[in-house]
Ligand binder design. Sequence first.
Ligand code: ATP
Length: 614
Amino acid sequence: MDLFVVKRPEEEDKVIDESGNIARLLKKIEKRKRQRIKHKATKSTIKNVINRTKEARRIKRELKAKLQSSEVQNLTGIDAELPKNDELLEQNEIAKQTELEGFTILGTDKYDKKPKVKRVLPKWLSNPTVISVNLQDLQHKVSNMKCLSKDLRKKLKDNGVKYFFPVQAEIIPFLIQSYQESKLMIPRDICVSAPTGSGKTLAFVLPVIETLKNFVTKKIRALVILPTQDLAFQVYKTFDKYVKGTHLKVSLITGKSTFAQEQTELITKNEVFGYLSKVDILVCTAGRLVDHLKETKGFDLSELKYLIIDEADRVLDNVQNDWLYHLEVHIHQNDFRILNLFTLNKPRPPQKLLFSATLSQDPEKIQKLSLFQPKLFTSIVDSTEGTEINTNLFIGKYTTPKELTEKYIRCSTDLKPLVLYQFIKQEKLKKTLIFTHSTESAHRLSILLQLFFKDQLKIVEVSSRLVTRRRNKLIDDFAKGIVDIIICTDKLARGIDLVGVQCVISYSSPTFLKTYIHRAGRTARAGEFGLAVTILNHSEVHKFLNLLQEAGKNNLEEIVISEEHLELSGEQYKEALQGLKQSVTKESKESVRKVKLTKRKLKTNVRKPTTVIS
Ligand SMILES: Nc1ncnc2c1ncn2[C@@H]1O[C@H](COP(=O)(O)OP(=O)(O)OP(=O)(O)O)[C@@H](O)[C@H]1O
């Protein structure tokens, strides 16, 4: 029989060695246990517990590994004086439990990779109606849209609108039809995700006016919520343009006027009928709306037919004043899903319309609005033309206008202003917006560029440093062509409709994709062509290109500014920097002087003797 026994001396040595190891490890556990009991009274911080937990886990892992190797050895028929498997596990268990001083480790040591969970979108999100982004080949003549009254069609033509943009051609008939059918069935809520400058505003303004213009009694029937005062004003102006000639009254509440002024514009009180609304369509910001819901007597939204949230992702991110809760209290949300004799006569909830170029991808966020059988309208880039559309691919994917060209410039941080100057010079840019990350940076950059270009270009800064009136004046001047370049922060990135912007430059790299989309969206609007350029320092390039890949933008062209040109402007750059330094020092001295003056004034006010009335 010996002939068939294969002796492996190395293996045998190893087994002996292994058993010794395990014995040593068990001793170690025992020793540590004793030590711990000794120091138990003094050491009880959480940090220690964590460390010891880690140690116990490590030992347990080692033990297990040994155990496995011993199993292999048992299989090979080599007997060794090793504890039995069960014994080992038991000891291990004791070690684990005692190591943790009453804390039991939950779970196992197995770190198996969990299978990736497949994202399953609700059906309405994964089966949208696709809206084209092609604004060059418009198909839908205004005169052919018979669901709009003659008056409205005429007004559109008077304002230079001959063809509808794709988003309007889809949404306007849908909304008018669902309104007509609303006597029989509750209209579906809609979410519209279409590129910047694709005409989303008219897509809701026109059907709202068309369907409400026949109501005789005054009640707030359409409520439009926007994230900022400026955007609300812009939408208000569009409504105002198209309600002319109807008896509809549009009002704006954003906090620009005093609260009392807004109240008198909204409500009137009648001896016989009590409070009456003076408004049919109300455009507002969320914060100011809550103020009126709480404070204005007679402010009634029970007859609301439309609740429109423009720039919906931004508005929904705003939890200020818990506006959604307060709004829900005032509009009817309940008892409407089943139509029966009881619910038929109850006021219906308004149809909710959500619009954005970057609509939330998160169904949970949208869920907050309790949408009724929602329907999604979204745009895709035409690159999939001819292939079968995979709807899951473009859900929530942001699209930019087809007419937008995107490029980037790579340079070192200290040369950024010089590169910017050179780029503006060589491209002979006018009507340009430059985005920076902060008000301070916008201010300094504007001084620097003004020093560079002197009288050649009119460069201004539009930021929160200026009062609203001054800001609006500069934006107007830009639209008229009096101002060539605006340097601004992201406050101007969303929704603002500036006609004919030639180029948008991101001087500071955008942190989020949404920020980039909205910045770039200030150009290439309404079918015009435009350029978006991002200036990046070397370390930002990778991150930025990755960010853009999320929106399916893979082949961004790099613009190279020649070093020769930069060198030629070197002296000018030094002078400009010197000028900036002087200007900043002067400004800081001025602000110190102002602070001192205010303090002095305060002191003298405090010292003034108070008159005692005896
Ligand atoms: N059918 C049309 N024909 C010509 N111009 C149009 C048409 N519809 C809208 N416009 C113009 O296009 C511009 C952009 O429209 P709008 O501001 O509604 O875009 P938007 O989709 O809301 O953009 P953003 O997402 O940036 O807010 C406006 O100046 C508007 O007057």
